[in-house]
Ligand binder design. Structure first.
Ligand code: DX5
Ligand code: ZN
Length: 222
């Protein structure tokens, strides 16, 4: 029997009822999930608008899990300090959303936080090659960001394999996360391909037995 989870599970509160977010955080904490994924959308970089730093700050005392903030906002350099001070542990920005990616990553580190970079489905892994040694996390979007409940784009698997190969080649230790369309059916193949972090929104919140779901994808007996 395995006792160590083979991956990190990060339920996304995007699929929770925002009017009862405290309950959602409690539900996540009752499972063996290690992180909470926080999707910040600005209505410009992506078509949807979600929440800002105050919402995260208000959630912070309600959970002891790692706050994994995914900024789907244009020019994220304007907001790093606010999301750091709100209590994020990891801040991920999109390579497509800023010209000076290296500087933004450095500013996340200056705030004492872990830095992640994300790419949308149409962005190749080569676009972030030169930043790989500077980040703790690479978030591969497996759907077009903006909404939960979309279907996993199969070509994402190729990107994960390519990224895992680069990590090995350069002897780096960033984590690989996947976001969008992740569920109990594809989790095994994703981990097999080199994924360390599974973000799950709709699959988690629509599950009738969330504790078993998380244990199952972590490779643990429930
Ligand atoms: C989508 C967000 C995701 C979203 C995933 O743009 O970045 O984190 O919550 O939702 P599911 O798991 O339903 O695809
Ligand atoms: Zn996300």
């Amino acid at each position: 029997m395995k006792t160590e989870p083979r991956c990190i599970v990060a339920p996304s509160v995007l699929s929770a009822d925002f009017a009862h977010v405290a309950d959602a955080l409690g539900i996540i904490e009752e499972t063996s999930s290690q992180w909470i994924h926080l999707d910040v959308m600005d209505g410009t970089f992506v078509p949807n608008i979600t929440f800002g730093a105050k919402f995260i700050e208000d959630m912070r005392p309600l959970s002891s899990l790692i706050f994994d903030t995914h900024l789907m906002v244009d020019k994220p350099e304007r907001h790093i300090q606010a999301f750091a001070q709100a209590g994020s542990d990891i801040i991920t920005v999109h390579s497509e959303a800023t010209t000076h990616l290296h500087r933004v990553i450095a500013s996340i580190h200056d705030e004492g936080k872990q830095a992640g970079v994300s790419i949308v489905p149409s962005t190749p892994v080569s676009a972030i090659d030169l930043i790989l040694e500077d980040v703790e996390l690479v978030l591969i979007m497996c759907v077009n960001p903006g909404f939960g409940g979309q279907k996993f784009i199969p070509a994402s698997m190729r990107k994960i394999a390519e990224l895992a190969a680069l990590r090995k080649k350069y002897n780096l230790d960033f984590r690989i996360a996947v976001d969008g369309g992740v569920n109990a059916r594809n989790a095994g193949a994703l981990v097999q391909a080199g994924v360390d972090v599974l973000v799950m929104g709709s699959a988690f919140f629509s599950s009738e037995d969330k504790r078993s779901l998380v244990a199952q994808v972590q490779g643990l007996d429930s």
